[in-house]
Design a binder for this molecule. Structure first.
Ligand code: GDP
Length: 434
């Protein structure tokens, strides 16, 4: 049987929830912190699943300081529980004590479900967004006193029970695909990557299947090349049909963390290249631009810069993507490819600290005051990262319509400069905060 623990600083409502979940009033609830409870351990049931539940609020250490108490409680939860419900108070926002608890929970590697208590009516749901910044994913609004939202929260808790855990959850394999019009050298590149000496290929499947994923390791990281079907085959007639290649590219992008947009140095950039790159960008994937056949052109010390200018001009929407120049044929500079894939992938899944993010935003505001729009002035309260892959930020403002595209772009650049998001798109949304 799995065990769930409810943790949180004093007075966020842990015992009320505990009692609700257990279905009987077995611990004393009073509106003052630190009331002694006589029982902290009980049985509960949800969706025909029985589990144990611990109310860590009942663990009392006499008159030790708050931090010591919270640490002890978190330790019990971390040691005993399979899933931790981390409870915060939606009426008070994030406090220093919440952040202390969060820090202890980060280190635990236990699944944490974030419950925002005291959200007693739907109007208050906007108040949950700031809790994203605690870094435990989606906050679940609940009301202990009214019994609201508990079902959704428990559904999530059950998902994390060991007996149901998804096998792939902690998988840090980097999946990537190569897209590009026919003959830019995708298959040659795959062969070269896999033929590289320090790459250990674990399984190459037959070439008859529709989709072939090939995995390999390099420097202790696992990679999978997605859907290289036909890439290593000669005479890929169907690939020259544009409709087919677009469909294949879209399928590959769908399953990738990182997409390599392959260009041909010899033929230069054409309209079709832009279209294909656009799909990867729209899908929000990490992107590395690969300029292949670098051996086939006459080069001097200016060639790379000139090509880069062309790429930047033609692919303005990919200004975040690094460019790698190489030759699949001569293997020149091929060693620069995987490190760029790795970096793009890490930036794609990077989480930044809320406090630092807000410092960056405040600095940006000081550097370039927000322009007024129709006599009204934008006010930015704070920002928080709500998702990864791609990194997604919500900026809370007085009126989202006042956040002009150019200012949003400015903020994006400040965020990029501060945190280094090379290789990944980032998204910024403005939300109203009343
Ligand atoms: P795909 O259609 O994108 O998979 O392209 P292929 O890998 O089949 O390559 C198309 C052609 O370009 C073949 O004739 C390759 O030999 C050639 N090719 C691929 N990579 C390079 C390269 O780095 N340098 C040169 N010179 N030729 C290349």
């Amino acid at each position: 049987k799995s065990t769930v623990a409810v943790v949180g600083r004093p007075n966020v409502g842990k015992s009320t929830i505990f009692n609700r979940l257990v279905g009987e009033r077995i611990s004393i609830v009073e509106d003052t912190p630190g009331v002694t409870r006589d029982r902290i351990y009980a049985e509960a049931e949800w969706l025909n699943t029985n589990f144990n539940i611990i109310d860590t609020g009942g663990i009392e250490l006499g008159d030790e300081p708050l931090l010591v108490q919270m640490r002890a409680q978190a330790e019990v939860a971390i040691n005993e529980a399979d899933v931790i419900i981390f409870m915060v108070n939606g009426r008070e926002g994030i406090t220093g004590a919440d952040e202390e608890v969060a820090k202890l929970l980060y280190k635990s590697n236990k699944p944490v479900v974030l419950a925002v208590n005291k959200v007693d009516n739907p109007d208050m749901r906007d108040q949950i967004y700031e809790f994203y910044s605690l870094g435990f994913g989606e906050p679940f609004p609940i009301s202990g006193t009214h019994g609201l939202g508990l079902g959704d929260m428990l559904d999530e808790v059950l998902l994390h029970f060991p007996e149901r855990a998804m096998p792939d959850e902690d998988d840090d394999t980097i999946r990537f695909s190569l897209i590009g019009r026919p003959n830019v050298g995708k298959s040659s590149l795959v062969n070269t990557i896999l033929g590289e000496e320090r790459v250990i290929v674990s399984d190459i499947e037959g070439t008859t299947r529709d989709a072939i994923d090939t995995s390999f390791s390099k420097d202790d990281r696992d990679y999978v090349i997605i859907d290289t079907a036909g890439m290593r085959k000669r005479g890929k007639v169907y690939e020259t049909l544009e409709k087919y290649s677009v469909m294949r590219a879209l399928k590959a992008i769908e399953r990738s963390d990182v997409v390599l947009v392959v260009l041909d140095a010899e033929t230069g950039i054409i309209e079709q290249d832009k279209k294909i790159a656009g799909y990867a960008h729209d899908a929000g994937r990490a992107i590395v631009i690969v300029v292949n056949k670098w051996d086939a052109i006459d080069r001097d010390e200016k060639t790379m810069k000139e090509f880069e200018d062309k790429v930047r001009q033609q692919f303005q929407f990919l200004d975040y993507a690094p460019i790698v120049y190489l030759s699949a044929k001569t293997k020149k500079r091929i060693h620069t490819l995987v490190p760029n894939i790795l970096q793009a992938s890490e930036n794609h899944t990077k989480r930044v600290q809320s406090s630092i993010l807000n410092e960056v935003i405040m600095d940006a505001l000081a550097m370039k005051p927000v322009p007024s729009l129709k006599g009204k002035k934008l006010r930015i309260f704070y920002a928080t990262q709500v998702a990864v892959a791609p990194p997604t930020f919500v900026v809370f403002v007085n009126d989202p319509d006042l956040l002009h595209f150019s200012y949003e772009r400015f903020l994006e650049n400040r965020i990029r400069d501060a945190f280094g998001f090379e290789g990944t798109p980032i998204k910024i949304y403005a939300r109203q905060r009343k």
